[in-house]
Design a protein around this ligand. Structure first.
Ligand code: 5GP
Ligand code: MN
Length: 353
C-alpha cells in the first residue's frame, strides 16, 4: 500500500516565512535552532541558512542546539561555525526563531521556551512525524533532507548559493540520502547536488572528512560493539531483527565521544537476514538513545513514535529507559503489534514467493 500523498508547504506558508524574515527590523534578533545531538542535515541546514541570512544583512544572528555545546569532530570544518553559541548563551527572547530538522518540541530540550518567547517561529523540516509545533510550518515530508527546504526558502529570499552555503547544504543532503544511495535520491536531489557542486565545492574532500575519517580508538570500539550484535530472525513478524548496544563504559575504554557511535547503525543494518536493525547507545544509567532502521517492509517510525520518539519510515529513533534488554523487549513488542496490524505475520510471509 503506498502512503497517502504528503502535504507540501502551501504558498501562504512560504509567503509567511519570507515575510517574517524580510520584515525583521534592521536590528532584529534571529535565533536558529537545530535538534539535540545534531547530525549533518541538522547542522548543515541551520548553518547554511544562517550564512544565507548573513548575506541578506541580518546581523544579530545566533545558531545553537540543546545539550552539550559540542560539535562532532567530522563537522569541525563546516562553514558558518562562527554563528554557533552554546544553548546557555542563546538569546532568551529573539524576534524570530527558526528550527531546522526538528520533528518535535522534545528535540529542542531546554530551548523549547524560545518558541513561546519569540515574536515568530518558522519550522523547516522534512519528518512525516513532525508534530506541527511553532507558528509557520515549512514541512515537506517528501524532501530528502531539511536542506532541500532550506534551498527553496533561500531561492524565495533571493539569496544566491555561495561556496560556504553550498558546502553546508551538500553535507546535509549527502548525510540524509546516505550519500545519494537511498530511495529518496530523486532526480530533483541530483539536480540540487549539481547546483551545489557548481559552486566549486569538493565532494571527495567533504565526504572523506564527514563520513570516512575516524580515530583508531573508534575502529576498535566498533569491533567490540559489532562483536556482540544479536540476530533474531523470528522477530518483527518473521522479517528479522538485528541489534546491538554500546555503553558509556565502551566509550570510556576506547577514549571516544558519544557521537562516534552514530555511523554504527550503517554497519548493523547491512545484515541480510533482518529487515529491522537497532543500535542502543547508552546516554546515562538506564537511558539509551536508540537508532532504528528498516529495509522497507517495517515502518520503524511507527515503532519509534509508539515508544516516545519519531523519525521517518525507514530511519527513526527514540529514548529508551531501563536495561538494554528491557528496551529491546519494548521494541520487539511494538514490532509484533505492527506486524499484526499490517498482516505481516509469518503466515503471510510463507504465502509470498
Ligand atoms: P538517528 O538514528 O540517525 O539518530 O535518527 C534517525 C531519525 O530518527 C532522524 O530523522 C531523527 O530525527 C529521528 N530520531 C532519532 N531519535 C529521535 C528521538 O529521540 N525523538 C524523535 N522525535 N526523533 C528521533
Ligand atoms: Mn534530516
Amino acid at each position: 500500500m503506498s502512503p497517502p500523498a504528503a502535504e507540501q508547504p502551501t504558498e501562504a506558508e512560504w509567503a509567511a516565512a519570507v515575510s517574517a524574515i524580510t520584515r525583521l527590523p534592521a536590528d532584529g534578533r534571529v535565533l536558529l535552532i537545530c535538534h539535540v545531538n545534531p547530525d549533518g542535515d541538522a547542522l548543515g541546514s541551520m548553518l547554511g541558512f544562517g550564512l544565507g541570512l548573513r548575506r541578506l544583512g541580518v546581523r544579530q544572528l545566533q545558531a545553537t542546539f540543546p545539550g552539550r555545546p559540542e560539535v562532532p569532530e567530522p563537522f569541525r570544518d563546516i562553514p558558518g561555525l562562527d554563528l554557533l553559541v552554546p544553548a546557555t548563551e542563546a538569546d532568551p527572547d529573539p524576534d524570530l526563531v527558526i528550527c531546522f530538522d526538528v520533528a518535535a518540541v522534545s528535540r529542542l530540550g531546554d530551548l523549547a521556551d524560545r518558541l513561546d518567547r519569540a515574536g515568530a517561529a518558522i519550522v523547516l523540516d522534512h519528518h512525516a512525524s513532525n508534530t506541527r509545533f511553532g507558528g509557520i510550518h515549512l514541512v515537506d515530508p517528501d524532501a530528502a533532507a531539511t536542506s532541500v527546504v532550506v534551498e527553496k526558502l533561500l531561492v524565495r529570499l533571493g539569496v544566491p548559493l555561495d561556496r560556504g552555503i553550498a558546502e553546508c547544504l551538500y553535507i546535509a543532503l549527502a548525510t540524509d540520502t546516505g550519500s545519494f544511495r537511498f530511495d529518496m535520491t530523486t532526480p530533483a536531489v541530483h539536480e540540487m547536488a549539481a547546483r551545489l557542486l557548481a559552486t566549486g565545492i569538493r565532494p571527495g574532500e567533504i565526504s572523506r572528512r564527514i563520513f570516512d575519517t575516524r580515530p583508531f580508538g573508534a575502529v576498535r570500539l566498533y569491533g567490540d560493539v559489532l562483536g556482540r550484535t544479536q540476530l533474531e530472525p523470528l522477530a518483527a513478524g518473521g522479517l528479522g531483527l538485528v541489534w546491538t548496544y554500546a555503553t558509556l563504559d565502551d566509550l570510556a575504554r576506547h577514549g571516544q565521544r558519544p557521537y562516534t557511535l552514530e555511523p554504527l547503525i550503517d554497519s548493523v543494518r547491512c545484515t541480510a537476514e533482518a529487515d529491522v536493525s537497532c543500535v542502543l547507545k547508552q546516554v546515562a544509567e538506564g537511558e539509551w538513545a536508540v537508532s532504528m532502521r528498516s529495509k522497507g517492509p517495517t515502518d520503524v517510525s511507527r515503532v519509534a513514535v509508539a515508544l516516545g520518539g519519531g523519525g521517518h519510515r525507514l530511519a527513526a529513533g527514540f529514548t529508551g529507559y531501563g536495561t538494554a534488554a528491557e528496551v529491546v523487549d519494548a521494541i520487539r513488542a511494538e514490532l509484533v503489534r505492527g506486524a499484526a496490524e499490517s498482516g505481516n505475520g509469518p503466515a503471510d510471509l510463507q504465502d509470498q514467493d
